[in-house]
Design a protein around this ligand. Structure first.
Ligand code: XIL
Length: 459
């Protein structure tokens, strides 16, 4: 969808062209030095900062700035404090949280859903920084207009079988999605059906299709307790910890190296936890123990050092025992240097209790604070059993999708929303659930327009 600037945006841009910005001018579309923030700022010399100067932020600081519709802020910051970060709020609204992921200078991006005009930007460092910890340092704040900031990719899970059979299936993907996740083809059951006998044919078909159309691919999933070949679940000779770790390592090595730079985001471990936060029972956990998750991430980093390594789980969108177990594990991994880069929230849901945007944003922000990326990886919204009118049902479904897309847009660490299929004709929960963005005839549903608007045209 093309984005057409509205009258207010054109006026804001015109006024910039006739009156160049000065230090006293609130119209600063090109951003500002952090030293022009008002409040708890102290100018410091910082040889690591691009021009040798920065501020140390110890509390709240504010600045008025003119922004255009769909702008984003790019804040360049650094902090030597583990767990430190920045909260940014606009016009006194809810604050968005960023972890200062590293002590090196780096940019954090904040996408905004705002209308054109003058806005008050507020920033606060957290936690209350003191003691041996250097304060949070900010160098400058740049303003990015939409299109130049990081986009949110829209992805879909696909099946090789339907790709071969169904022209509309492929065409709908190519026209509307940016990213492809093989729905089953990269699971161990299909990739290593016999020990050491790898079969990449089905996954390769999906990967080459995606690449031929300039789409990116998510790898799903290297280590999973389900969809395993029987030689893993029922071995002729019982596994030992060492023998099963060797199988896991060989699998991760072989699969990641087969794809190399063709797949640079992987679900390394999928669904390790029960709803009560305990470990799910599966062969990896039983034989290797709870550190099978950590071992998988270490093998994955070694096999493909440039890949984004993701922990993915189901029904972990709200603040409950399961999502707290994941958060504890993620914090522990970060502390101990276990190579974890991102968290995937599957967001399989339905009309009767889908997570609202504020809940998703809060969950995502907790991971972002640890310096992790986040994604929504498998969204679908089951609609069966809804007794009010079909029109109300499809509006409610659109709300569920809009909320997820809005949350992903609002949290800078979220870079992609993937739906678990394309059309209601091909879905793991059955067509009667009508859970996806396109109907069984491949016509876009209200949910599709809601997602598109939230991702491309927020206002
Ligand atoms: C599902 C597929 O969609 C089905 O086709 C298959 O029969 C079972 O697996 N969480 C995940 C996915 O991480 O891999 C699952 O995919 C759905 C739940």
């Amino acid at each position: 969808m093309r984005w057409f600037p509205n009258v207010a945006v054109v006026a804001a841009v015109m006024s910039l062209m006739v009156s160049p910005a000065s230090a006293a001018d609130p119209v600063l579309l090109r951003g500002f030095e952090a030293s022009t923030l008002h409040g708890a700022v102290r100018p410091v010399d910082d040889p690591g900062a691009p021009d040798g100067r920065a501020i140390s932020l110890a509390g709240v600081a504010t600045r008025r700035v003119a922004l255009v519709t769909g702008s984003g802020l790019v804040v360049r910051l650094a902090s030597s404090c583990v767990g430190a970060g920045l909260r940014v709020r606009l016009d006194g609204g809810p604050s968005l949280t960023f972890g200062a992921g590293s002590s090196a200078w780096h940019d954090v991006r904040l996408r905004l859903r705002i209308t054109a005009g003058e806005h008050l930007i507020g920033m606060r460092s957290f936690p209350r920084l003191r003691g041996g910890c250097t304060r949070l340092r900010v160098e400058r704040v740049d303003v990015a207009t939409r299109g130049r900031g990081d986009p949110v990719l829209l992805g879909a899970a696909m099946r090789a079988q339907n790709l071969a059979d169904d022209h509309l299936y492929a065409a709908t993907f190519v026209a509307n999605f940016d990213s492809l996740t093989p729905e089953n083809e990269l699971k161990m059951l299909f990739v290593e059906p016999q020990p050491g006998r790898y079969d990449f044919r089905a996954a390769d078909a999906l990967v080459s299709f995606a690449r031929a159309h300039g789409k990116t691919v998510r790898g799903h999933t290297l280590v999973y307790g389900s969809q395993l070949p029987s030689w893993v679940t029922n071995p002729p000779v019982p596994w030992t910890r060492a023998s099963l770790l060797a199988v896991m390592k060989d699998y991760i090595d072989t699969v990641m190296k087969h794809y190399g730079s063709q797949i640079l985001t992987w679900d390394v471990v999928n669904e390790a936890f029960n709803d009560d936060g305990s470990f799910r029972d599966n062969v990896w956990y039983r034989v290797i123990g709870r550190d099978y998750v950590e071992q998988a991430f270490r093998f994955a980093r070694a096999a493909s050092p440039g890949a984004v390594l993701t922990y993915n789980d189901i029904a972990a969108e709200t603040d409950d025992a399961k999502s707290r177990a994941i958060l504890r594990m993620a914090a522990d991994f970060r502390r101990r240097g276990v190579p974890l880069d991102a968290i995937g929230l599957q967001n399989h849901t339905n009309l009767f209790g889908f997570p609202r945007a504020d809940i998703l944003e809060a969950t995502m922000s907790r991971y972002a604070t640890l310096g992790l990326r986040v994604e929504i990886t498998e969204m679908d919204v089951g609609a069966a059993g809804y007794s009010a009118s079909p029109a109300t049902g499809s509006q409610l479904q659109a709300d569920a999708y809009r909320d997820a897309a809005t949350a992903c847009w609002d949290v800078a660490a979220c870079g992609r929303l993937t739906t678990w299929g394309i059309s209601d004709a091909v879905t793991w929960i059955g067509s009667a659930q009508a859970p996806l963005l396109f109907d069984s005839a491949y016509e876009p549903k209200p949910a599709f327009y809601a997602v598109r608007q939230a991702l491309l045209d927020p206002r």
